[in-house]
Write a protein that binds this ligand. Structure first.
Ligand SMILES: Cc1ncc(C[n+]2csc(CCOP(=O)(O)OP(=O)(O)O)c2C)c(N)n1
Ligand SMILES: [Mg+2]
Length: 391
């Protein structure tokens, strides 16, 4: 076919990427992900930071146990515990600066709490009573995301936008091994790499997507290998070694902050509890497998490391456990209070400008509440956008 050039038409030279390549090496910043399994990383870390990590791990485990108990008492609809995965949660929260953003999934409550979120607010969504439960801007924690991997393109978009605006912001997005099969995972990694967006992806490979083991999820040698195809560094780390995960994430965050673009980190860990309180894990995995992982428990690993180096003693262990008990008692007490809710808030935070249909439905509900002698205390007549009121 002959293409006739129009006078004055814009005809750019083909970019170099269109030229046929004979050597694929320039496409691959690293042909293999870097393995950071079993690193003595704690040796290089500040003892104060290590102590903080220990306290957060102990508190996190207690939080998981308390939240699971609350499901049995009917105070929570569901709770996806991260017991066994606390090292990933704590390392993710502590690797970020205050101006950065965390994009958690439903299993990452502990990361959100370790970043400063009120422990009760972090459970509001799972109690199902009031929107996300917290203002994402306050601690720069995006809503705990239930649709798998949809938080990843959000993280890339935020990070890319921040960079365009010249803001010093890195986004760290958490996802499970199962989430890596989602189209959103591919789209997020692809865009992040093309735009060199300041994002870090942390895959918590806990071995299962509910009952589906990793071997049925992917044929890749590791999930970290997926980084290579997108043109970004990949890291494979022992997800139960909090110091190692923290070190890898901190380096990835620094790399992103300095304009180096995204990194994919796979942290190999294990979910000690069932998928949620609604799941029976004995149907798809053996007790022996669970016990093998118990011997590689993240709290025990750090405790051994710190006591061996004289950085933690019996008193320190007791102190961490007592602090965790105080947190659990407070959580229990506040979660056992019936929340004061206003049914009219169904209509707030939905649209910036209310639609005609919703205005009509709001008027109907207001009339029903008034007829039942329970008028809405908080909502204005027009039910337009407004500050929510809770508790
Ligand atoms: C888009 C989408 N598809 C399916 C589900 C149902 N679902 C909830 S959790 C889950 C498994 C996720 O496994 P993984 O990503 O490994 O995370 P983990 O639960 O192990 O932390 C599935 C399939 C969902 N929440 N969202
Ligand atoms: Mg999983």
């Amino acid at each position: 076919m002959t293409v006739l050039e129009q006078p004055g038409s814009y005809r750019p030279a083909p970019p170099p990427a269109w030229q046929p390549r004979t050597d694929p090496a320039p496409l691959l910043p690293e042909a293999e992900p870097l393995r950071v399994l079993g690193t003595p990383a704690a040796g290089g870390l500040d003892p104060v930071l290590l102590g903080r990590m220990y306290g957060e791990l102990v508190r996190g485990r207690r939080y998981n146990a308390q939240a699971t108990a609350l499901t049995r008492q009917g105070r929570l609809a569901v709770y996806p515990a991260s017991t066994g995965q606390e090292a990933c949660q704590v390392a993710a929260a502590l690797a970020l600066e205050p101006q950065d953003w965390l994009f958690p999934s439903y299993r990452d409550t502990l990361a959100a709490v370790a970043r400063g979120l009120d422990p009760v607010d972090a459970l509001t969504l799972l109690r199902g009573d009031w929107h996300t439960g917290y203002d994402p801007h306050e601690h720069r924690v995006a809503p705990l995301c239930t649709p798998l991997a949809t938080q990843l393109p959000h993280a890339v978009g935020l990070a890319h936008a921040a960079r365009l605006k010249g803001d010093d912001v890195v986004a760290l997005a958490l996802v499970g091994d199962g989430g890596t099969s989602e189209g959103d995972f591919h789209e997020a990694l692809n865009f992040a790499a093309v735009w060199r967006a300041p994002v870090v992806f942390l895959v918590q490979n806990n071995g299962f997507a509910i009952s589906v083991p990793l071997a049925k999820q992917t044929a890749a040698p590791s999930l970290a290998h997926k980084a290579v195809g997108y043109g970004m560094p990949g890291r494979l780390v022992d997800g139960n070694d909090v110091a190692a995960v923290h070190q890898v994430l901190t380096e990835a965050v620094r790399h992103a902050r300095n304009g180096g673009g995204p990194t994919l980190v796979e942290a190999v860990t294990y979910r000690m509890d069932a998928h949620t309180n609604a799941d029976d894990a004995t149907r798809y995995r053996s007790d022996a497998e669970v016990e093998a992982w118990r011997a590689h428990d993240p709290i025990a690993l750090l405790e051994r490391e710190l006591t061996g180096r004289g950085l933690l003693d019996e008193a320190g262990i007791r102190e961490a456990r007592e602090a965790a008990e105080r947190m659990a008692a407070d959580l229990r007490e506040r979660m056992n209070r019936d929340p004061v809710l206003d049914p009219m808030e169904l209509f707030t935070h939905v649209y910036a400008e209310q639609t005609a249909q919703l205005r009509e439905q709001a008027a109907q509900l207001r009339a029903e509440l008034a007829a039942a002698g329970e008028p809405s205390p908080a909502c204005r007549e027009d039910d337009g956008p407004q500050e929510g009121r809770r508790r």
